[in-house]
Design a protein around this ligand. Sequence first.
Ligand code: ADP
Ligand code: MG
Length: 727
Amino acid sequence: MARRVGDGLSPEATAKLQTAPVAPDLQDLPVDQVRNVGPQVAAVLRSRGFHTVGDLLAHLPSRYLDLRNADDWRLVRNGAWGSLVAVEAKVEDQRVAGPPRARRIMLALREPRGSTVLRAVFFHAKAGMSARLAVGQVIRVVGTLRNGMTGPELVQPKVVAQNARTRPIEPVYLGIGSLAPGTVGRILASALDMALGWADPVPTAVAQTLGLPSSLAALRMLHSPDPALTPAQLDALARGDSPSHRRLGFEELLALSVALERARRSSGGARRFPIDPTVADAVGARLNFTLTNSQREAVATLLGDLSSGEPMRRLLVGDVGSGKTAVALAASLAVARAGGSVAWLCPTTIVAEQHAKTVERGLGGEGGPLAVLLGSTTARARKQAEKVIAEGLVRTVVGTHAILESGATPPSLGLVVIDEQHRFGVAQRLAMVAGRSPSPHLLVLSATPIPRSLALARYGDLDVVSLHEKPAGRQEVTTRVVAPDDRAFVVRTIERALGAGGRVFVVVPRIDASDAPDDDDEYTGPRTDMKTADAWLAEALGRERIVAVHGRMGAEQQREALDAFRRGTHPILLGTTVVEVGLDVPAANLMVVLGAEFFGIAQLHQLRGRVGRGAQKAACLLVPESAESEGLARLHEVATCHDGYKLAEMDLERRGAGEWFGARQSGVDVTLRFADPTADPVLAAHAREAAQRIVSDDPTLARHPSLARAVRRLLARGAAPVGEEAG
Ligand code: ADP
Ligand code: MG
């Protein structure tokens, strides 16, 4: 289940990050106070992470319909192919074809007081649609005019009620959950009304110097574009590359820079942990391998940091499978041996339980007993854990975001390790170390390479150390793009992998495709889900060999599923992206990704990284849903390139950082929804400078209340785990 945004941080942790108290403002009003939003709609909105008016207004139109010249039958008569038309028409003939799931409706439409005929085709027509479009009805259709087989034609046009008012430039929104795009549009219009008169977080002088519009002007332009826009300006708006977008991005960058700047100023000294050159070998011996040179160098760097008296702020970057865990373990052992406490923050329950075992082995008792805290830990168990932690009996804690809450970590924390940093927001990183004295050392691990400008904006407070080689003996994972939905080939390959004594992952893009917005003609998301995949896999391979795991299952169920998979009693694991990060099952030799075009490049590379971790040969099958999809090119890139850094670069080049590392790709930190520091490093630099000036003049932000609110909102947003996660 999606957790409520903000749940990840305790009031105490939030308070530590906060500034002078400020009253909430209009942006913080809950969604149920918006006109057109009843209790049911509010529940849908909240389940999708929309809690406040501000959250709603961040849902920008996916495109704009320029209807300024579109209400004109002459366009149809003259065959103005490719133009947008929005004409009123009478349904003269209707035909329905195809099975219920793929019903097509074809209409002949006539000009009300003329003779021009226009055809319209609707695919995947929902029940009830043919009645709405019955012969004799007068409707308004909006779509792009095409030269069809039998003359002018609209494919999948938007249908507007006869007398409905259309605006000259109509914003088009994606549906939210079960809310249709039209409903979302009405809600957004009401939310925009409420934005009138809210306080601007960016100081006017700063905005003016940079030539940025006010917050209100930007939101107005985005949700209700000025009819006087030129086509080029409208195009920029649609591309997400307008002054209004820059403005929203700047606000985020400023809030983020202010948060980092305040954290930097407030952390005092840190405890010194003596350099112990034997930790790398000790950890290697306990895990039955020898650390690579790259791992040793990284360990040496970390030991230096830990002994300096300054709080370590390190980002350890290394491709999937490069062995980051062992490096973090060596640092943890150095701290544990000197009597310090250690906390590991993990992105998923699965990873937390796996790391708990590894940490236990790696520390070999030198860290004392260990506590595991998960979102699913019962209140009673948690109370007990808090008690022994407070008494100093437990110095090692491993868990998910549950360890961010008060009482979960030892009072004097020596080292915090955050695994798979990209799954967490800035808020968690700051919360783990904020307000503690002496300041804990911080080590964050990430497989995602980060462009420099983005790193500066997002991780400006961290120094980077990287692993540039993988443990010896690793073989490349043979990756193959399979013909769309070629189940026979998938089944044969799975049989072969199992025959070689391996384990097979099958990953699907959705838990349940019936969650897809029902009334949403624009839904272009995946149709492959757990149920459909389970049905054909079980039929071909035998139900008794398959075990399922996804984020809506309880921790206990997830653990059982994973144990069955590791032991091999159920050698096929069917799952969602909960298996994307961190999971380490050395016997796994095949990764099958269904609906592969719905995953980002970085995600596919991570998924592939789940196999080939032992010495045996391993393979990865990327199975798209359809052949047309643009995503196919991406799949071939992943198939031919095995270097996570190169893949990230290619991806970055094609899509820009906003798409690549922004909120728009699922499973990624949502701290920055609009800002793209890679595309606009200058803006990010301006934000840093402005933040330094503001914080040095006004350390508690007492004189910048609306900026203080923006910081709090940004941190709260970044406080919930990203993507599908189970506590
Ligand atoms: P990641 O960097 O993706 O988090 P892990 O730390 O999970 O990678 O390590 C991947 C796998 O490689 C694990 O099974 C781990 O035990 C193994 N491993 C790590 N370091 C070495 C090494 N130096 N030699 C052999 N195997 C190693
Ligand atoms: Mg890992």
